[in-house]
Design a protein around this ligand. Structure first.
Ligand code: F0G
Length: 399
């Protein structure tokens, strides 16, 4: 490390890292992303807060409303753009039209975040950490949204931003955002998986650690994303029966599940939802594993789908996501590009909600659940609509 930092200047007392596989615990360290003992993923453990949930109701909505449950010290001014607090809207017309029945289903519209995707929730935490630890900049591999978000939050923090993207496979809106906010862009051949390999080699193959990696392997970033669960419970006033989440690198479904589990462990809720992960057919290592009743993902070498945000063959967080789905009694599903396009068009035309293709997998996945009869009419479901339609104008224009 070329500079000195004190993690306790940024991270709360009592926070530690824990291996999700062997359970070994570690002091917080910004560069510890895998367990030194068994190489599995790590998660951030936040101590039980002294917090009366009712007390929160007077606070402004958003990620930092839940400060007591986040790992960042409460005397730190976060790098924020007002992320979170996104609309939770009931879907009525489209559901009645498609199923002929009144399913109780809500959309959590993450496209309403400052840069148009849920990534902002993680980035406000990740960039705050990077800034106060004194890093010169941040680096991310991305299918697009992470790069747009990292670029904006880095700009706000006065940090440099380096983004590594799969050449020719990033939707135009996202690329424009990264350029607009002044990120330096490196393009690699292949898919996101190759971009992430590039970042990992650059970080771990070098002793020069001035760019902080903020991919979802970074457990601190996922802490921000867990607030999706908090907001759902806050707004519904109860726990939904199931939550449908598009899955790419598998960080978000893991983060949302962690959020629900924390609320349960701390005694704020008394049940947990089933987590349903949806992948696109041409990039479905987890859905294929599930179909084959396997225990390990069937990695895809050349993932392909119109939903470029989740065009990922080797999800780095697969172990966390599989655990979320198994523990919650949920499932993985896959949907075809045709189903994705149909779903995107329908929620736009019948509900007024414009999403990008990856997000539409949640609605396409819901229709599959209805078809499979795995949900009942009296259950409450939430679809996490991860990104805005304006992210991918070319696909929208070609409909
Ligand atoms: N939906 C959208 C719009 C996304 O951008 C992503 C991921 C996902 C769903 C899946 O989330 O990876 O946590 O399972 N986008 C990443 C990126 C990979 O680089 O922007 P995940």
């Amino acid at each position: 490390m070329g500079f000195h930092y004190n993690i306790w200047n940024v991270v709360k007392k009592g926070v530690y890292l824990k291996c999700i596989n062997c359970g070994k615990e570690f002091e917080p360290q910004p560069y510890l992303f895998k367990c030194p003992k068994c190489s599995s993923l790590l998660e951030v453990i936040v101590p039980e807060p002294h917090l009366d949930w009712e007390k929160l109701s007077g606070r402004k909505p958003g990620v930092w409303k839940y400060r007591e449950l986040l790992p960042i010290r409460e005397d730190i001014e976060p790098v924020s753009l007002g992320e979170g607090g996104t609309p939770l809207v009931p879907l009525k017309r489209v559901v009645l039209r498609d199923t002929g029945r009144d399913y109780r289903i809500y959309a959590k519209f993450e496209g309403a975040n400052p840069t148009g995707s849920f990534k902002d929730r993680g980035m406000t935490v990740g960039i705050t950490l990077a800034k106060y630890l004194g890093f010169k900049g941040v680096i991310v591999a991305s299918t697009g949204n992470t790069s747009a978000s990292a670029a904006a939050y880095a700009a706000r923090a006065g940090l440099e931003c380096l983004v590594v993207l799969p050449r020719g496979k990033v939707a135009r809106g996202k690329l424009s955002q990264a350029i607009l906010h002044g990120a330096r862009i490196v393009e690699v051949e292949g898919s996101f998986d190759n971009a992430l390999e590039y970042v990992m080699e650059k970080i771990f193959g070098s002793s020069e650690h001035s760019y902080y990696p903020l991919n979802s392997l970074n457990p601190w970033r996922l802490e921000g994303q867990k607030t999706i669960a908090y907001e759902i419970v806050d707004e519904l006033g109860r726990v939904p029966d199931y939550v449908v989440v598009p899955v790419g690198n598998a960080g978000n479904i893991s983060a949302i599940w962690k959020g629900f589990k924390e609320l349960y462990m701390f005694g704020y809720i008394d049940k947990l939802p089933r987590m349903i992960g949806v992948q696109a057919e041409g990039a479905s290592p987890l859905a294929n594993m599930w179909e084959n009743k396997g225990k390990k993902p069937l990695f895809v070498d050349k993932p392909e789908t119109i939903a470029t945000a989740i065009r990922i063959g080797k999800p780095i967080n697969w172990m966390k996501a599989v655990r979320a789905v198994i523990e919650s009694n949920g499932m993985f599903l896959k949907v075809s590009d045709e189903e994705i396009i149909e779903a995107l068009r329908k929620i736009a035309r019948y509900e007024g909600i414009g999403v990008e293709p990856a997000s539409a997998t949640a609605y396409a996945g819901f229709l599959k659940l209805v078809e499979k009869e795995t949900i009942s009419i009296d259950e409450i479901g939430v679809l996490v609509l991860t990104g805005h339609a304006l992210k991918d104008p070319d696909t929208i224009n070609s409909l």
